[in-house]
Design a protein around this ligand. Structure first.
Ligand code: ADP
Ligand code: ADP
Ligand code: MG
Length: 642
């Protein structure tokens, strides 16, 4: 085993790797950017080395600086986590050249799986079923269109260099093939510098089921499957293991295919083979097809750890340090069922826009495994993935594990940024999901119900008003009569209510309509219902957790003034992100709807368009700039002002 390793990552995954190292007595070296000086992973590691500026290209992607940090601190090996340098074969080569061990597969194994077309060809050769389609070299328009006809519509055009759901286009009708091909190619060129595509049969009711594999460079075992069908725009939201409805025959077939895939490329370490399954056909041993292989530890690996009792990071360290595979296939078993939910700083009703903010309050429950890279008081910065935590539960059955997930999410408290917590809770209560009827279209189909708010939701707001009024403090609320005046207007960012104190422990809070509030028996009651919600007062305001989550921020008169002054002609960034391109120059005339700039955030591109006619007075952002939510990007003046 190693004495000391460097972790070339940040956030929850860096912390999670440090946890295992501690248990194994391995010393740890963290690296950090300017934005992460006070980050949790830095505080947890035995040593930490600063590697550059906040942009990933200036720090976490600087292989040379990271290798230098490892050598300077005497680390023997580098763990890449996921994302960043984890699937970069040139980095793997450089680590080896520096006399260090890369905790992961060989550069050649990563290269073999790096492009989807070559990977599919390789898998076909190894006898692994691949999604029917065309993944050849001829990229001519007419040839691709003819291949699509042969495959049969609907088809899916995919960038061969794709990842993160980019460069994919579903085409339902041959008449739209040419235009979809052009747009997939240009997105692929922009994102990956490679316009090549492949074409697949579009599976109509797809389930995403992946196999966790682990190799020692020669042999591989599988650690069963994970179902990641609960996705939004091809990004995973809740994952589980084992897959609902999985049969022993299908599991054996998928496990054999996945270990064959790993052994075909001499795979070493943890990896994931992703398959697509047609849910319309049920789970049949001949009804799954290889999509791609991720040659790293996967975000959702904890569900596998929960059902197998294995620490995958420990296995990674053991195998990378020269030990043989820690277990044989017949030693492995599944115990119970596990779920993982990805808690993000994002504005769900606004279309899942990534958010930032300082976490003025953060509390996780004891009844779940929590993987996080932040603490109360830490910021979710615009520079990195806005994940706050992964909430993982395990139970003897799927139903108990799902109930445990629901409860753990209800017990989770985050304030200071909007989050997807309500959305995740709604998902755990979705009737189809509860029955195990999952497919990748579930979230889109039921989006309105999942993000809609029921009329009874006013209750959380009522409790928030009580908090804002200063009545939630246990020292105070029994004596509501002492409050003056008896009738007050309570205002917060985005709303007002009227509070009337009626007597000891009794008040009315009027929102759209009056609500009766009582403090009785040590609990709050709203409109006669006992409230299980928790009112939390924190530096940024008042939050109510345990039901619908609401945050009430005290009014800031200055902020309100700025918001009201919408006539400043400024186009602002609606979310933190990277300016991809700017399409106007100073002095240029634009009309409402013209594209001004393209912003990339959460692996997606968003066009920012002119909201009115005008002249571009100033261009305040350049391609490549990382901007915060609200940052001014373009200033327009009226044509008359020239
Ligand atoms: P997984 O199946 O493990 O979730 P993903 O492809 O969603 O795999 O990516 C895992 C992580 O890698 C993400 O959470 C993110 O941090 C990083 N990542 C992957 N692709 C991108 C990308 N295109 N841009 C930025 N980060 C990415
Ligand atoms: P990425 O590298 O972007 O993760 P994948 O090939 O893994 O790309 O596909 C991402 C997601 O797109 C899958 O999880 C699945 O939801 C969907 N998908 C991929 N291929 C197909 C297909 N042939 N038919 C239907 N859906 C698909
Ligand atoms: Mg994928």
């Amino acid at each position: 085993m190693f004495d000391k390793i460097l972790i070339a990552n940040r956030g929850e995954i860096a912390c999670r790797i440090i946890d295992s190292c501690r248990r194994l007595g391995v010393a740890t070296v963290a690296v950090y950017s300017d934005a992460d000086r006070a980050a949790r992973h830095v505080a947890m590691a035995d040593q930490a080395v600063h590697v550059g500026g906040p942009a990933p290209a200036d720090s976490y992607l600087r292989g040379d600086a990271i290798i230098a940090a490892a050598r300077a601190t005497g680390a023997q090996a580098i763990h890449p986590g996921y994302g960043f340098l984890s699937e970069n074969p040139d980095f793997v080569d450089a680590v080896g050249t520096a006399g260090l061990v890369f905790i992961g597969p060989s550069a050649s194994a990563i290269r073999a799986m790096g492009l989807k077309d070559a990977a599919k060809a390789l898998m076909e050769e190894a006898g692994v079923p691949v999604v029917p389609g065309y993944h050849g070299a001829d990229q001519g328009d007419a040839h691709l269109a003819a291949q699509a006809d042969l495959i049969g519509y609907p088809v899916l055009i995919k960038a061969v260099a794709g990842g993160g759901g980019k460069g994919m286009r579903r085409v339902d009708d041959p008449a739209h093939f040419a235009e979809s091909l052009a747009s997939a190619r240009s997105e692929a060129q922009g994102a990956f510098g490679n316009p090549a595509v492949l074409i697949e049969k579009y599976i109509l009711q797809p389930r995403h089921i992946e196999m966790q594999i682990f190799g020692d460079g020669t042999r591989a075992v599988h650690l069963y499957e994970r179902d990641c069908s609960l996705q939004r725009r091809h990004q995973k939201v809740i994952e589980e293991a084992p897959a609902p409805g999985m049969t022993p025959q299908m599991r054996t077939a998928m496990g054999d295919a996945a270990t064959r895939a790993a052994e075909a490329i001499g795979y070493s370490g943890a990896g994931t083979v992703e398959f697509i399954v047609d849910a319309a056909d049920g789970l049949r041993p001949d009804g799954f097809w290889f999509m791609e292989m991720n040659t790293r530890l996967q975000v959702e690996h904890p569900v596998t750890e929960a059902i197998t009792g294995i620490d995958l990071v420990e296995w990674q360290l053991r195998v990378a340090s020269g030990e043989s595979l820690p277990a044989r296939q017949q030693d492995l078993t599944i115990t119970g069922h596990a779920f993982e939910a990805r808690l993000y700083a994002e504005d769900v009703p606004a279309g899942f826009l990534p958010a930032t903010g300082r976490l003025s309050h953060l509390r996780f429950p004891d009844n779940a495994r929590i993987e996080t890279g932040v603490r109360a008081g830490d910021a979710i910065s615009p520079w990195y993935d806005p994940m706050i935590a992964k909430v993982v539960t395990h139970g003897p059955t799927r139903a108990t594990a799902l109930r445990a997930l629901e409860q753990a999410l209800v017990d989770t408290e985050v304030a200071g940024s909007v989050t997807n917590l309500d959305f995740l809770i709604a998902l755990t209560r979705h009737a189809g999901f509860r029955r195990g009827e999952v497919d990748t279209g579930l979230i889109t189909r039921d989006l309105e119900a999942l993000i809609g708010s029921a009329p009874s939701d006013d209750r959380a707001l009522v409790l928030g008003v009580i908090g804002l009024a200063g009545l939630a403090d246990p020292q105070v609320h029994g004596g509501m009569t002492l409050w003056h005046p008896l009738r007050r207007t309570i205002a917060w960012e985005g709303g007002t209510a009227i509070l009337e104190v009626q007597g000891p422990g009794a008040a009315t809070v009027t929102l759209d309509r009056p609500h009766q509030v009582r403090w009785q028996g040590g609990r709050w009651w709203v409109d006669g219902d006992l409230c299980r919600e928790r009112i939390v007062i924190h530096p940024a305001g008042v939050s109510v957790f345990g039901g619908r989550v609401v945050h009430l921020m005290p009014l800031d008169p200055l902020a309100r003034h700025a918001a009201a002054d919408g006539g400043d002609g400024l186009t602002r960034s609606p979310m933190p992100g990277l300016v991809r391109s700017v399409h106007v120059t100073a002095g240029q005339a634009v009309v409402a709807g013209d594209r001004l700039a393209v912003l990339e955030a959460m692996k997606m591109e968003h066009s920012l368009t002119a909201t009115r006619d005008g002249i571009v007075a100033e261009v305040l952002a350049r391609p490549g700039d990382q901007v915060e939510a609200g940052a001014a990007l373009i200033r327009l003046t009226d044509p008359a002002d020239g």
